[in-house]
Design a protein. Structure first.
Length: 341
């Protein structure tokens, strides 16, 4: 049973916008969730819903044309709570946290490695930066880490250049780099997208094993619900910059409440049901963030659309029980509905 003291990081009312001549792009409008200690949280949503921007906001690596405009990112530590949203993104404090307390595995492994240094040198650099140890010790730790992520002949591969490794091995090397400082939180942004399905499964299994071994928390970002069904404890469903449903994986699988979650679930092929049942993809496409629909942003695609309610006001978050939250007018009191804001 997870209690509040088990919270590692808490995101409240997070809003991150990008600014350009075309206008303001509201990538995150109101994101709220928690990551508990030693849990795997799956973060799900279609392309463009703000999953990567959420990760970038936590790491404080939002590209220069964007900014956190509101909200809190509360990192719970033994000696208190630190709001990462308030830190200078180039300051010492966040740099000490990045790669040490929180680290990230990116969608495309080649962006994490420089092509001109060996994989081992780059991991050693991270180890030396955050842990006080000499070169030899750092090299030994790097080899050990490469071994733990299943890199064959780690003593030799430590000197390999990134482009000489296969996609799957590069991904393993990247995970080794992200884990080399034993972070409390690993953010894995679609760690599986660049490799084939068999390797995807192996990498996910590896991450789940490492999570148990190293007692860390993982935020696993993916647009594929099926990918995290087995491994995640809780799920966060995002739609157009807002969290729309959050709760234990099992609850969301068996009792999904938000019509968007229901739609995502019904588009997963189920074992043994192939051929018997048509997949029901969600109709319509994700609208542009420059033209976010009024009210609940999902209403133009929603089979339960209620005119004058869903297109009038953004639904509030409703706690269905202590662990399950949904943002949908179907689950609110009649009294909270009513006219436009
Ligand atoms: N640097 C940027 N400048 C302007 N807009 C950006 C920038 N980075 C992201 N965005 C926009 O923010 C929105 C959210 O993007 P994000 O990358 O978080 O989506 P995502 O959920 O990770 O999607 P995917 O599944 O495709 O990775 C998108 O509309 C995207 O175009
Ligand atoms: Mg992304």
């Amino acid at each position: 049973m997870v209690t509040n003291t088990d919270v590692l990081i808490e995101i409240k009312g997070l809003r991150t916008h990008f600014f350009s001549r075309e206008g303001t792009l509201k990538a995150l409008e109101d994101v709220n969730f928690r990551v508990h200690r030693r849990e795997i949280l799956g973060v799900i949503g279609e392309s463009g819903c703000g999953k990567s921007v959420t990760a970038q906001s936590i790491m404080r690596i939002v590209p220069a044309n964007g900014r956190i405009v509101a909200g809190e990112i509360l990192l719970h530590r033994d000696d208190g709570v630190l709001d990462l949203a308030k830190l200078d993104p180039r300051g010492r404090e966040i740099r000490a946290i990045r790669g040490a307390e929180i680290s990230m595995v990116f969608q495309e492994p080649m962006t994490s490695f420089s092509p001109v240094y060996s994989v081992g040198n780059q991991i050693m650099e991270v180890v030396q930066l955050h842990q006080e140890c000499g070169k030899e010790e750092a090299r030994a730790r790097t080899i050990e880490m490469l071994r733990r992520v299943g890199m064959p002949k780690a003593e030799q591969q430590v000197d390999a250049y990134p482009f000489t490794l296969s996609g799957g091995m590069r991904q393993r090397a990247m995970i080794a780099m992200a884990l080399s400082c034993q972070p409390n939180l690993l953010i894995a942004d679609e760690p599986t997208s660049a490799v084939d399905v068999t390797i995807q499964a192996q990498i996910l299994e590896l991450l789940a094993d490492l999570q148990r071994e190293m007692h860390m928390s993982i935020m696993m970002i993916t647009h594929d619900l099926g990918v995290v069904a087995e491994s995640s404890d809780n799920l966060l469903i995002m739609y157009l910059g807002r969290n729309v449903e959050y709760g234990p994986t099992e609850t969301l699988f068996y009792e999904p409440k938000h019509p968007y979650t229901q739609g995502l679930l019904s588009s997963i092929p189920k074992l043994g049901m192939l051929g018997n049942r048509d997949l029901e993809p969600i109709t319509g496409a994700v609208p542009s963030l420059y033209e976010i629909p009024d009210g609940c942003a999902f209403h133009p695609r929603c089979p339960h659309f209620m005119k004058g309610v869903c297109d009038a006001k953004v639904p509030p978050l409703t706690d269905l029980d202590a662990t399950h939250t949904v943002r949908c007018w179907l689950y609110t009191d009649e009294s909270t509905r009513g006219g436009a804001e």
